[in-house]
Design a protein around this ligand. Structure first.
Ligand code: HEC
Length: 170
């Protein structure tokens, strides 16, 4: 090996180990705004994403919900691509069901309850079907115990659709 190549090799090794340290650090201690276990954060700009479908949960939570998807998610839905490709992000918003003050039979969103996120990354989340999960209340992630329930339910009940419940609303 001549000197020039040796120097290049050293530089590459230093860069690689720096990257490894950064990655290991991120894995061990997710940022305060990231979910435990998965390190998922609330994606920037998600409120401008396209609607995939609304949903209602009658009891016990009595919630109105809306699932939004980023461009990769929406393209995959439209093309019927499954499994969803890496980079897919789905966000579920939820509010308490509240009667309209103007017209009581109508139900409208009351207080916001949770924001839930699913991120597809086959490699990073290989142990959970390629999905990383995050649940947030007032912008802050809930504890690890709650995050353990995500994969259990999605795996058990939505396996046939790449672990995603929501279908694109017609
Ligand atoms: C007991 C079952 C259950 C558990 C536990 C659960 N989910 Fe879900 N999830 C659902 C159902 C059912 C839907 C479909 C939309 C709806 O009805 O609200 C859904 C929808 C979603 C969606 C929209 C994409 C999709 O699959 O339809 C996201 C994002 C999501 N859940 C995240 C989470 C996160 C994060 C957790 C853990 C903190 C979690 N879920 C735990 C049942 C569950």
């Amino acid at each position: 090996m001549n000197r020039q190549f040796f120097a290049l090799g050293c530089a590459a090794a230093v860069l690689a180990s720096a990257a490894a340290i950064t990655f290991a650090g991120a894995q061990e201690a997710p940022a305060a705004d990231a979910s435990p276990i998965y390190g998922v954060t609330i994606p920037e700009g998600y409120r401008k994403w396209e609607l995939v479908a609304p949903a209602i949960e009658a009891a016990p939570l009595n919630e109105l919900r809306a699932v939004l998807g980023n461009q990769i998610a929406v393209d995959a839905y439209r093309a019927g691509t499954q499994p969803f490709p890496d980079g897919t992000v789905l966000v579920k918003l939820a509010w308490k069901q509240t009667p309209s003050t103007e017209f009581a039979p109508a139900t409208v969103p009351g207080a916001a309850t949770t924001v839930q996120v699913m991120v597809k990354d086959q490699k990073k989340y290989a142990a959970t079907g390629g999905w990383g999960f995050g649940r947030f209340i007032d912008g802050k992630p809930v504890d690890a115990a709650q995050h353990e329930t995500c994969w259990t339910c999605h795996e058990a009940r939505a396996k046939a659709q790449d672990y995603v419940f929501t279908r694109f609303a017609p």
